[in-house]
Each structure stands twice: as C-alpha cells, then as structure tokens.
Design a protein. Structure first.
Length: 267
C-alpha cells in the first residue's frame, strides 16, 4: 500500500491546460448566461431556473510572472417538489511558467420533497485535480435530509446517506509491479449542512459543510461566502474554502485553503 502511494504521488503531473484555454472556457460560461439577468440571492424558492457565474483571479508580471483564474457556475432548477442543483468549477494557477493548480469539478444533486421538511436526495460528482495524486475521482451518494430552517430569508438543510467512490491514480502501475493497484474503490458515508441567509436585500451569506468518511480516510470541507450586490446583476463576493484530509498522499499537507475576492453575475 505504501509503495503504491509512493509511485502514485512522487511524480508531478504534466500540465495539460494553457492559460488561454482557461480564459476561453470562462468566457464561454459568461456568454452562456449573458442574455439572462436578475440578481441571484441565497434563498430562492421560485419555480424555474436561477443561478450565478463566479469569477476570480490575479495576474502579476515583471520579476515574477504569476497567473491564477478561478471560475464557478451554479444553477438551480425547481419544479414542484423537485429541485436540481448543478455546479461546475475550474481552477488554474501558473507561477513563472510552472502549473501549480489545475482542477475541474462538476456535480449534480437532486432533491425531492417527501413531506413539508423531509426530502430524499441523489448526488454525483466528478473531480479532476491534477495535484491530488489521482487522475480523477467519481463519487456518488443517496440518502435523506431535513429542512431545519426554511424561511423567506433563511434556509438550513442537513442530509446524509451512503455512497461509493472510484479513484484513479495519476501514475500508471509499472509493468514490473503488477500487484499494485492503479485505482481504488471505497464505500463511504456522506453528510452535509447547507446554510443560506439573506442578511439584507443586497447582502447574503452562505456556508456549506461536507464530510465524507470511508475505511481509509475522512475528508472535511467548509466554504463560507459573503456576497454584496454592486450594480444591476453584478455582485462582489468574499469567500474562504478549507479542505481537510485525515490521510493525505505522501509529501502533501492535510489542509488546503483558498481565500478569494470575486465578481458574481446572477441570472
């Protein structure tokens, strides 16, 4: 097992993106929703489609050439008792010609109200993080949840259930070591708490906490965001994301944090 981890994580993956490709990807996201416009607030129980595009980044040139781009698009579709939530994330960072971050994540979660505050859910996620030691990971879960708070300006949802994860290692298994695994499969338990609060007509906050547990590791993730409307459909957002892994790959830290200021376009 230790030898497998060493072979998997000691090599640095070669970058497959270019910054121009990333910028084109983000531009396409913006154009996809440019014709639709209204402010997107945390608590939104209206029927139909709503969502947002969130973009943050930085660039420095001269003695140090660094570029970082983060993009996220979220959409919520509600029809009667059914609610679908879609999420697509892209992260890219370059430091003096060396790629230091490259991640694509996509997920879909469906919820169906059984009674006033009780619902069932299904969740599917694909995570391609080139610096995680895995080529990609696919996670699926289902279960039940409860709306602890469901007011006009505040919502708190908790949910939990069993799931399954398939992880593909970044480094292929050498022919000389055929007994080592190139992938792993784990049954898991996934739980989350989703808090949304409209503080005023122009300011809202969200906090999403996620925990996944299996026989080999426990992962915790928390994202807190404060969003303030600027003008029209544009807002600004301050967010902090913390990811913690109890058993990370060799030569990697247990905790990753990302703090950023970004622009948000609501639709």
């Amino acid at each position: 097992m230790i030898g497998n981890a060493l072979l998997t994580h000691l090599r640095t993956p070669e970058p497959t993106f270019r910054i121009s490709t990333t910028l084109l990807f983000i531009s396409a996201l913006l154009l996809a929703v440019a014709a639709m416009g209204r402010p997107s607030f945390a608590v939104d129980d209206e029927e139909g489609l709503s969502g947002e595009v969130n973009i943050g980044g930085s660039m420095a040139t001269g003695n140090t050439d660094t570029t970082r781009v983060d993009a996220e698009i979220k959409a919520r579709f509600k029809a009667g008792r059914l609610e679908d939530n879609y999420r697509l994330v892209g992260e890219f960072s370059d430091d003096n010609g060396t790629t230091t971050a490259q991640r694509i994540l996509g997920s879909i979660e469906s919820r169906y109200d059984m009674r006033e505050n009780l619902f069932i859910f299904g969740f599917l996620e694909y995570d391609d993080d080139k610096f995680s030691g895995f080529n990609y990971e696919v996670e699926a879960a289902f279960g039940a949840g409860y709306k602890v708070i469901d007011d006009d300006n505040m919502r708190l949802l908790v949910q939990a259930g069993p799931g399954y994860r398939y992880s593909k290692f970044s480094t292929p298994v050498p022919p000389a070591l055929p007994l080592l695994n190139s992938s792993e499969n784990e049954f898991l338990v996934r739980g989350s708490a989703d808090f949304e609060y409209d503080i005023t007509d122009t300011v809202f906050m969200t906090n999403v906490f996620i925990v996944t547990w299996d026989s080999s590791r426990t992962k915790l993730e928390n994202t807190t965001a404060l969003t303030s409307k600027l003008i029209g459909d544009l807002s600004t957002r301050l967010s902090v994301n913390v990811r913690y892994n109890t058993d990370p790959p060799l030569l990697t830290k247990k905790t990753d944090t990302l703090s950023k200021v970004s622009l948000v376009y609501g639709f």
